[in-house]
Design a protein around this ligand. Structure first.
Ligand code: SF4
Length: 87
């Protein structure tokens, strides 16, 4: 009779999955850091507000039309997933 060590197989699978996730995250972060700022696609930028929130209220907005973390021309009426509400 052959016994399987399912515990170590499961642990190996979890380790491989965690390592794969970490590698993917590292690649994405290194691309962002290399580019200094995110592209609009990476930030999921949209030229319209997200409900009541818009770039004009975000601490990352730099008047008149740019952003500290997203490259390109930014509208005060835009929004992205890096939005940080000003105090
Ligand atoms: S929501 Fe903030 S972080 Fe995003 S593009 Fe507008 S100013 Fe930049």
């Amino acid at each position: 009779m052959v016994q399987r060590d399912t515990g170590s197989t499961r642990r190996a699978l979890i380790r491989a999955t965690a390592a794969s996730f970490a590698a993917g995250l590292f690649l994405r972060l290194s691309r962002v850091l290399a580019a200094d700022r995110m592209t609009k696609e990476q930030a999921e930028y949209q030229p319209t507000p997200n409900g009541i929130y818009s770039c004009g209220q975000c601490t990352m907005f730099v008047a008149p039309s740019s952003c500290k973390v997203v490259e390109g021309e930014i509208s005060t009426d835009g929004w992205c997933k890096a939005f940080v509400l000003a105090d």
